[in-house]
Ligand binder design. Structure first.
Ligand code: SAM
Length: 249
C-alpha cells in the first residue's frame, strides 16, 4: 500500500471508530456516570491554554483544533469568553497557518483582569472583544459586517438557557457557510437526570431548558445543518454531546 492510500485508510478507520463509539448507548451512560463524578471536582475548570484558563475539556480542545485546521476559517466567533483561554487557543491555532484571521469574542461580563490577561498575551493581536449580550442586535450587526464573505466557525458558550441558545443559533447560523461549523457547548445538560444535574444550575437549567433542547429545535427547522456524527462520536468525555453541527448545504 502506498503512502497516500495508507493515510486515506487510516482516516477512514478514525472516522468509523469515532462513529461507532458515539452509537453505543452504553458508552453514553458510562460517560455520564464518569463526568458527573469528575464534575464534583470541577473537571472543566482545571485546564489552561498557553497560560490562560480555558473552561473546556481536553477532548473538546482537540476537536476544536481539528475543525479549525480542516475548515481553515477566516473568523472564529465565540459567545462567552470568561477567562480568555479559549480565544487565545483559537488565535494561536489559526496563527500557525493563516496570516489574516480574526477571533471575535462576545461577553456580557468580561472582568478587567481577564481582559488584561488576554490583551497582554502574545496571541492577542487578532482578537476582538465585544462587550454585551451575544444576542444584542447592534453587536450582531457589527459582527456580521466583519464576517462578510468570510469562512466562519461559531462556538456558543454563553448563557445556556434554551431561549438564549436558540436565539444565538438563529442569528449566528446566518454567518456560517457550507462546510462550516457551529459548536453548541454544554449540551450535556439535556442528557442528565435531576440527580446528575449540578446543583449550581439545576434550578434554572434542566432538561428542556438547556442548550440541547435549543439545538434540537433549531435542527428541526434548519435542514441545512446536521449533527456531525463522525466528529461527535469520539467526544465521550465532553460536555458537548452532539454539539458539533455542520452546514451541509
Ligand atoms: C462557560 S463561560 C465561557 C467559557 C469560555 N468559552 C472558555 O472556553 O473558556 C460563560 C461566559 O458567558 C458569559 N455570558 C453569560 N451570558 C451572556 C450573554 N447573554 N452574552 C454574552 N456572554 C454571556 C459569562 O459572562 C461567562 O464569561
Amino acid at each position: 500500500m502506498n503512502y497516500i492510500d495508507d493515510r486515506k485508510k487510516f482516516k477512514l478507520q478514525m472516522e468509523q471508530n469515532s462513529f461507532k463509539l458515539g452509537k453505543s448507548k452504553i458508552n453514553l451512560k458510562k460517560s455520564i456516570e464518569i463526568l458527573t463524578r469528575f464534575d464534583r471536582n470541577y473537571y472543566s475548570y482545571i485546564w489552561s491554554w498557553l497560560g490562560i484558563p480555558i473552561i473546556q475539556q481536553p477532548s473538546e480542545i482537540l476537536v476544536n483544533q481539528e475543525i479549525i485546521f480542516n475548515y481553515k476559517p477566516d473568523v472564529v466567533i465565540e459567545t462567552g469568553v470568561a477567562r480568555g483561554g479559549s480565544v487565545i487557543f483559537y488565535s494561536s491555532i489559526l496563527n500557525l497557518f493563516k496570516k489574516k484571521f480574526k477571533v471575535i469574542g462576545i461577553d456580557i461580563d468580561l472582568r478587567d483582569h481577564n481582559r488584561k490577561a488576554i490583551f497582554n498575551h502574545k496571541m492577542s493581536k487578532n482578537i476582538k472583544i465585544f462587550d454585551g449580550s451575544s444576542i444584542d442586535i447592534k453587536i450582531f450587526k457589527k459582527i456580521k459586517k466583519l464576517c462578510k464573505n468570510k469562512k466562519v466557525i461559531v462556538i456558543l458558550d454563553s448563557d445556556h438557557s434554551k431561549k438564549h441558545v436558540l436565539e444565538e443559533l438563529n442569528l449566528y447560523s446566518k454567518l456560517v457557510k457550507k462546510n462550516g461549523y457551529i459548536v453548541v457547548a454544554d449540551t450535556i445538560l439535556g442528557f442528565l437526570n435531576k440527580k446528575q444535574t449540578p446543583k449550581k444550575v439545576s434550578k434554572v437549567l434542566y432538561r428542556g431548558n438547556e442548550p440541547y433542547a435549543a439545538l434540537k429545535e433549531f435542527l428541526k427547522n434548519n435542514k441545512n445543518f446536521v449533527i456531525d456524527k463522525k466528529l461527535n462520536g469520539k467526544l465521550l468525555i465532553s460536555q458537548n454531546f452532539s454539539g458539533y453541527i455542520k452546514k451541509i448545504k
